[in-house]
Ligand binder design. Structure first.
Ligand code: CP3
Length: 343
């Protein structure tokens, strides 16, 4: 008997499919009533992440509703700063709030406790693996060092990441020490996720935008490459999706230098440009504007078809070009999955 193929994993590994497999960025979350219900009954967002029973349930929720090809571990990119000992809070309606890190705080971070702190997340991976049908891919993830650093330094999300960009320029030694800590923690965390049962990992570089070419090379490409190399040194040929949101004209350099298997494209990346710019055979993931999914209807269907057509012949995983927004009607998601799977 041959093993059941995981079509999404195969696509990440370079096999183009007749129809692209699909998952949805941030597919477990507030647009699902069952998530909102579980979340309201829990003590807080991080409690959901650190309680394997709850996190397993939430990871599986979207797959009960939709015929998606992958589950993504329910956790957050900010569990790493939390594990390093920085105070992280998720305030209702406000997004994450951290005690901003200054130069003197970097040496106070505690890298040795990261994996023990994240043990419950790894237990979730094992639980999900055990519960997931054999044809579904399990995706693990981490935030890329620069993106995580922007939250650690700025204390919250910001439109231009000015605090972190200035810190990198004014305090290069402290900044380098912080990136080193995040690179090592990310490698350990992703390797542990593979050992616990994920098939693929995605590195979320959500704030790859707003950087000049020198900073992009230093803050984005170099640390992403170190994470990829570090993981593959311990998990040979580990399948990795890189998502450098806003990389724009730097996408091909990012792909060539990091050697990710697949490139996640944000929705501002023109399909035709990406197709011409990227080497034939390099896999892509994306890239429907989440607001098109929220609005739904003919415009959403036309654009989804355009994206599928535009990337046909190349390994392509259909996805949004950024996270689904909480206001998205569930019927629109069902319709999108139908279009991608059935045409
Ligand atoms: O299905 C899934 O993808 C869920 C797992 C997941 C979460 N966050 C859960 C979450 C994943 C993969 C993430 C990644 C993440 N977290 C990123 C990278 C992707 C991106 O959107 O760019 C970033 C930048 C974060 C940091 C973060 N966490 C922010 C900015 C916020 C607040 C805004 C928001 O989108 O909600 C969070 C909170 C968060 N992470 C929630 C969920 C379900 C909502 C919290 C709640 O339930 O109250």
């Amino acid at each position: 008997m041959t093993a059941t193929p995981k079509i999404l994993l195969e696509t990440v590994l370079g096999k183009a499919q007749a129809r692209p497999p699909i998952w949805i960025m941030r597919q477990a979350g507030r647009y699902l009533p069952e998530y909102r219900e579980l979340r309201a009954a829990a003590d807080g967002f991080l409690d959901v992440c650190y309680t394997p029973k709850l996190a397993t349930e939430v990871t599986l929720q979207p797959l009960r509703r939709f015929d998606l090809d992958a589950a993504i571990l329910f956790s957050d990119i900010l569990v790493i700063p939390d594990a390093l000992g920085q105070k992280v809070a998720f305030e209702k309606g406000e997004g994450p709030i951290l005690d901003p890190l200054s130069k003197g705080h970097v040496s106070m971070l505690n890298p040795r406790q990261v994996l023990s702190h994240l043990q419950p997340v790894l237990e979730t991976v094992a639980n999900v693996r055990a519960a997931l049908p054999a044809d579904k891919t399990l995706i693990g993830f981490c935030g890329a060092p620069w993106t995580v650093a922007t939250y650690m330094i700025g204390g919250k999300g910001s439109p231009d990441q000015a605090a972190a960009r200035l810190f990198a320029l004014r305090e290069p030694d402290a900044f380098r020490a912080l990136i080193d800590i995040l690179v090592e923690a990310s490698i350990d965390y992703l390797v542990a996720q593979f050992e616990a049962g994920v098939d693929v990992v995605q590195i979320f570089e959500s704030w790859a935008l707003n950087l000049d070419e020198i900073s992009f090379a230093n803050h984005v490409i170099a640390p992403n490459k170190r994470v990829v190399d570090g993981v593959r040194a311990r998990v040979p040929n580990a399948p990795i999706i890189g998502f450098p949101r806003g990389a724009a004209a730097m996408v091909s350099r990012y792909a060539a230098e990091t050697q990710v298997n697949m490139l996640g494209l944000d929705y501002s990346m023109p399909v035709g440009f990406a197709h011409q710019e990227l080497p034939a055979g390099l896999g892509v993931q994306g890239n429907l504007d989440p607001l098109r999914l929220a609005a739904g209807g003919v415009q959403m269907e036309m654009r989804a078809r355009e994206i599928i057509e535009g990337f046909s012949g190349r390994p392509h995983v259909f996805n949004l070009g950024h996270g689904i927004i909480p206001q998205t009607p569930i019927e629109h998601v069902a319709r999108l999955v139908d279009i991608v799977k059935k045409g």
